[in-house]
Write a protein that binds this ligand. Structure first.
Ligand SMILES: NC(=O)c1ccc[n+]([C@@H]2O[C@H](COP(=O)([O-])OP(=O)(O)OC[C@H]3O[C@@H](n4cnc5c(N)ncnc54)[C@H](OP(=O)(O)O)[C@@H]3O)[C@@H](O)[C@H]2O)c1
Length: 304
């Protein structure tokens, strides 16, 4: 099969397409012919040398942590999934490839209403956003500040908070302000004078979600008294120092199913800003590594 993989840590250029052995579905796994895979900063961090807790990097390593595709083989002890099922799911590594063998417990059926790219790019950012939404206890009437609201995680979190009936203010570059308005949030530019601009929009905040880093937590502690309602997915050491909440994605098939249903019902959108071919995976990494952008990037790997 063809896959995008790296055999040394380094910049985006180390990620190249090559022929690799097609994996087989072991006990409890299914083999998925991948149609689309989401691209995350985490994938780029792994390519650059970071090893996620619990993962083992083996060269040549195929990155990629969410996908959509079609089940083409079943390992033993797999119930509830059938050959030909259209699915989406997650795994720490391995989805920038024509085929991936994945535990059946990390896969759900793809609702017809989701496009292949939406389904392929939903899990990583979606599950992180939903975990943060749950941990912060966002509820109707909350006034919520989202740092990095236009990004992959921020775009989903913002929509979940708006759906819950919260009033949401999101920080973003000016080019993304129309995007935040379309999500139902008030946009504010980050950078010098941000505190004054925030106070102009809302009198106070009940919760802050930081999906951007850049020491935004220092601003947050001046806005919200209860530090359990200030969370970051980026600035872990600063959160420790300030007593804020650290969120790490808790991925489950159930949580992914909840998100997929919201998308299928038209209440949540996965915004795909650009798709790349598998042989353009390095370019896709360069794009996510800019730290700017709107919504998600997907790799289009196969055809249905
Ligand atoms: N803990 C976890 O489990 C977990 C899981 C997933 C991701 N993450 C991390 O979460 C972060 C966000 O991921 P993502 O995929 O959403 O990234 P992304 O799509 O690149 O979004 C980052 C956002 O940050 C904004 N930004 C850039 N500079 C900023 C500044 N100085 N102040 C405020 N906002 C700024 C950008 O806004 P503009 O484009 O509008 O400039 C962009 O929308 C990454 O660091 C990622 O590694 C953590």
């Amino acid at each position: 099969m063809t896959a995008a993989a790296f055999d040394e840590f380094g910049p985006a250029e180390v990620l190249r397409t090559r022929r690799m052995e097609r994996p087989s579905a072991e006990r409890g796994e299914v083999l998925v012919r991948i149609i689309s895979a989401g691209v995350q900063l985490t994938d780029a961090a792994i390519r650059a040398g970071w090893t996620p807790p619990g993962a083992r990097i083996v060269f040549p390593q195929i990155p990629g942590n969410d996908f959509s595709g079609i089940v083409v083989a079943l390992g033993s002890d797999v119930e509830d999934l059938n050959l030909g099922d259209e699915v989406l799911g997650y795994s720490m590594l391995g989805s920038y490839a024509e085929y991936a063998a994945v535990p059946a417990s990390q896969i759900i059926l793809k609702p017809q209403a989701l496009s292949w790219d939406e389904a392929g790019a939903l899990s990583a950012s979606g599950q992180t956003a939903l975990t943060a939404f749950e941990d912060l206890g966002i509820a109707q009437g909350d006034r919520v500040l989202v740092h990095g609201a236009a990004g992959g995680v921020g775009t989903i979190f913002t929509q979940l908070a708006v759906l819950a009936g919260a009033e949401v203010v999101g920080t973003a570059g000016e080019v993304n302000h129309h995007h935040l308005r379309a999500l139902g949030a008030h946009p504010v530019s980050y950078g010098p004078g941000e505190m004054d601009r925030l106070r102009d929009v809302v009198a106070g905040f009940d919760a802050v979600f930081d999906a951007a880093g850049h020491e935004n937590l220092r601003l947050a502690v001046g806005l919200v008294d209860d530090r359990a309602r200030i969370a970051t997915i980026v600035d872990m050491s600063l959160a420790d120092e300030l007593g804020c909440r650290i969120v790490r994605s808790r991925r489950t098939a159930e949580r992914l199913g909840d998100l997929a249903r919201l998308v299928a019902d038209g209440r949540l959108r996965v915004h795909i800003r650009r798709t790349f071919r598998l042989d353009e995976a390095a370019e896709a990494h360069r794009d996510v590594e800019t730290g700017h952008g709107r919504g998600k990037i997907a790799l289009r790997i196969g055809e249905p």
